[in-house]
Write a protein that binds this ligand. Structure first.
Ligand code: ADP
Ligand code: MG
Length: 832
């Protein structure tokens, strides 16, 4: 734990002011500053003491040397470092940070010093990345890539707070950085106010990320990663003094607001630890980015600049108050290392060994230091535990998402199955339906290390570290690396959720940290390889599931299309059925015709027989040739009538069995008609002959005249009936022709329907096949998911084991601690 280093710098009076008004009221003595009248008498007894106070004659060189040099050197060693200038507008902040041609500011001096320092360390290799950004009107803009505007702040479990999408240039020497800074300066927001013709309208942050690793390439060595922030704040301003309006006014409001939040954070942090409540880092982008520098894991120095002029006295006092508050803040800076398990074990072994040795020497002071170290160690464990908890929660969340996804997929498949069952059912129905109507006939090349810029020292050493680490950052783009998966990122909202109200299952484990962490955690961890594999695997599965989902959706759509077509066909079928029934009803009277005809023929036959019998009775001479002729004709007529009757009965039989009448019936009927006509004609002529014969041979027979009249009358009736039958036969012929045509038409329609049904059948079988393929795919995915879930459970088990191991370790440390304490007490009592 160490206090923030705070210095005050008084700018020389502005040259345009008269010597009287410009003479300084601030007196600097050693590291104290106090307010005096022009006659050198103190205005108040109050004087402020700081780590350093630089008077008007001070140079940037001296400020760098006394205030920031140590922080820069520590950054090279692996500590986070921050230096920033605070003060009212035109008090000399930009002058201090950027400097002039003759007297370069802190940023330029730091850059050069970092590389000088690196050259001096021969046993480590380094990788340096730089970025340059500004916060203008509460928006983060990239000064090295103008297109990167309105960037977002994210929190990464390993990297801590970072600006996503910020360009990070890998650099190999100081000159390269200075050129980048110059190019970035062009993009900075400046504006003219009454108080400063070149007033910074934004907060600028120049950032260097220094990574290093031991050159011996020992796998148990950790990688050190430190972040150095050099910040030039925009100055607080009184609108009345700056005369700001329009854009300048808006800018001024944003500047003042963010500086006020910075003040609030400093105030909260400077309260004693007990009073310390919530620190409002999240109220502004500036405090969010400076979070590690303020009460966190960083070595920090603040240069508070004041203007010496009398009319700025109120602002200067405010600045001094800010500085006094800041002086009370304590940070806990430690070397940032990414430790492998092997390195962790090796280190702990060494520490325990060292401790044992020291215990034997029994120096209370040393022991106390060791206890402090152990406490730090425990803090690390706590952080590790927190990280694992978050990771576990993330994994659980993903699992839930996957389960949800599977559920949805299952539901879709079920729906599809239902659809298939429905369509099968309908198809069967339609098959039945149709069969009823059937007639019997029925980027950078990662292996090419020469492409990767590296820090210039140790040229003889292996460059694998620089290559591998720079690939991490430059492999994808030139920009600040985005984390591999969203799961590793805690953005603003996620962070809130992670830190408020979230209780992971691991919390149930009995792990009570001895020391509460009051500052921003320095996260040092080694990512568990299992997790990465699992995340990738689950991502793949997720993708597969997504693919399957879209396939199922496509199938669904196709199925729906088929269903619509099927429904249309069913409607068409129904319509045709109705038409067929109508036609059937129409053909019913046609079917009745042969029946009627048959009846009338039977009547005719009876009448004819009666006539013949009567005639036989009337004729006395049965041997006469006329009688013989009559009998012959009667026989022919009877046989003809029998043939006709047989034909009618055949037609009626055909109708009953439903067989088609394909013999040339109409021709036969024609023959019958002709023979009937002939018979009738012969009968008539016979009758006439008979008449003549009777006239010539039986002229005197008046008794037979009555019977003859009667016979004539009956013959005329027969003639009439014959004509009628002839007419009816003609009508029947026409009706039969019409019914044959409609029958053929119906046959054709049935054929078309059959074809349609077949194509529908084919389509249905295709979709069924596809469905079965999808179902098997789904089964595969489910199997994979099961494997995944199993693996995840194993991982959870492992995490639990680690936690238990931590808990045991923690316990042993606590017991060790108490042992040491008791030993110390004993020692103190022995040697007071
Ligand atoms: P700020 O950034 O605080 O608004 P600047 O750094 O722009 O103020 O300083 C305002 C003016 O004062 C500039 O012209 C700058 O050159 C000058 N100035 C500030 N500090 C010094 C100093 N220590 N020595 C010489 N000139 C200075
Ligand atoms: Mg400035």
């Amino acid at each position: 734990m160490e206090k923030i280093c705070v210095a005050v710098r008084v700018r020389p009076p502005a040259p345009e002011l008269s010597p009287e008004t410009g003479s300084s009221l601030w007196k600097v003595e050693d590291n104290r500053i106090s307010l005096h009248k022009s006659l050198d008498t103190p205005i108040t007894t109050a004087s402020y003491a700081f780590d350093h106070v630089f008077d008007e004659s001070s140079t940037n060189a001296s400020v760098y040397e006394l205030l920031t040099k140590d922080i820069i050197h520590a950054a090279v060693e692996g500590f986070n470092g921050t230096a920033f200038a605070y003060g009212q507008t035109s008090s000399g902040k930009t002058f201090t940070m950027t400097g002039s041609e003759t007297d370069p500011g802190i940023i330029r001096r730091s850059v050069r010093d970092v590389f000088e320092r690196i050259h001096m360390i021969s046993d480590r290799e380094f990788l340096i990345r730089v970025s340059y950004m500004e916060i203008y009107n509460e928006e983060i803009n990239d000064l090295l890539a103008v297109e990167n505007q309105r960037l977002q702040i994210h929190e990464h479990l390993e990297r801590g707070v970072f600006v996503a999408g910020l360009k990070e240039e890998i650099v190999s020497d100081a000159e390269q950085i200075l050129k980048l800074i110059d190019s970035g300066e062009v993009n900075r927001h400046f504006g003219e106010t009454n108080m400063n013709v070149h007033s910074s309208r934004s907060h600028t942050i120049f950032r260097m990320v220094i990574e290093s690793r031991g050159k011996d390439n020992n796998s148990s060595d950790a990688i050190r990663v430190s972040v150095l922030n050099l910040v030039d704040l925009a100055g607080s301003e009184r609108i009345a003094k700056t005369g700001a309006g329009g854009v300048r006014l808006t800018e001024g409001k944003y500047i003042n607001k963010s500086l006020m939040i910075l003040g609030n954070v400093i105030n909260k942090l400077s309260d004693s630890a007990k009073l310390r409540a919530h620190i409002p880092y999240r109220d502004s982008k500036l405090t969010r980015i400076l979070q590690p520098a303020l009460g966190g894991n960083a070595k920090t120095c603040i240069i508070c600049t004041i203007a010496p002029e009398e009319h700025h006295i109120e602002e200067s006092k405010g600045t001094l108050q800010f500085a006094s508050r800041a002086k009370r803040i304590t940070n806990c800076a430690q070397v940032n290392e990414i430790l492998t398990d092997a390195a962790l074990l090796k280190r702990q072994k060494l520490e325990i060994e060292e401790l044992r040795m020291k215990l034997q020497g029994s120096h209370a002071e040393v022991l106390e230091q060791e206890i402090l170290k152990l406490s730090n160690q425990m803090l690390k464990y706590e952080l590790e535990c927190e990280r694992l908890k978050t990771q576990l929660e993330e994994e659980r969340r993903k699992q839930k998402e996957q389960e949800q996804c599977i559920k949805e997929q299952q539901m879709k498949i079920e729906n599809l199955n239902n659809l298939v069952t429905n369509s099968d059912f309908k198809r069967n129905q339609s098959e039945d339906f149709i069969s009823l109507r059937k007639t019997p006939d029925g980027r950078n090349n990662i292996n090419d290390s020469s492409d990767v810029p590296g820090t210039p020292c140790f040229k003889s050493a292996s460059r694998s570290f620089v290559v591998s680490r720079s690939n991490n950052y430059s492999g994808l783009s030139d920009f600040s690396p985005m984390v591999n998966s969203l799961g590793d990122v805690a953005d603003e909202d996620t962070w809130m959720k992670l830190n408020k109200g979230f209780v992971a299952d691991l919390d149930k484990l009995q792990f009570t940290p001895a020391i509460k962490c009051q500052f921003t955690p320095a996260v040092k961890c080694q990512p568990t390889p299992l997790t990465t594999t699992t995340t990738e695997c689950s991502r793949e599965n997720y993708k597969e599931v997504e693919d399957l989902k879209s396939q199922i959706e496509l199938l669904n759509n196709e199925k729906e299309g088929l269903q619509v077509k099927f429904n249309e066909q069913v409607l068409l079928n129904n319509k045709l059925m109705e038409e067929m029934t109508e036609l059937k009803q129409e053909t019913l009277p046609i079917k009745e015709i042969p029946n009627k005809l048959s009846k009338s023929f039977a009547n005719c036959k009876d009448v004819y027989k009666d006539v013949i019998v009567t005639m036989q009775n009337l004729i006395a001479d049965k041997e006469s040739p006329t009688v013989k002729l009559l009998f012959g004709t009667t026989e022919i007529t009877t046989s003809l009538l029998s043939t006709l009757e047989a034909q009618f009965s055949m037609i009626m039989d055909g109708q009953k069995t439903g067989s088609s009448i394909d013999h040339p019936l109409s021709d036969q009927w024609e023959t019958l008609r002709v023979s009937l006509k002939n018979t009738t004609t012969s009968l008539l002529s016979d009758a006439q002959a008979k008449d003549e014969f009777l006239n010539s041979h039986n002229k005197g027979q008046e008794t037979g005249a009555l019977e003859e009249e009667k016979l004539k009358y009956e013959l005329s009736i027969i003639k009439e009936r014959c004509n009628k039958v002839e007419k009816e036969l003609c009508l029947d012929k026409q009706l039969l022709k019409a019914s044959r045509e409609s029958h053929e038409k119906l046959l054709k329609e049935v054929q078309l329907l059959k074809e349609d049904r077949d194509s529908l059948d084919r389509k249905l079988s295709q979709s069924t096949q596809r469905l079965s393929v999808t179902a098997s795919d789904k089964e595969n995915v489910l199997r994979d998911l099961n494997v995944e879930v199993k693996r995840r459970k194993e991982m959870e088990e492992e995490i639990k084991q680690i936690s238990t191991a931590f808990a045991t370790r923690h316990k042993s440390i606590v017991s060790f601690h108490s042992e040491i304490k008791s030993k110390m007490q004993k020692l103190t009592t022995r040697n007071p």
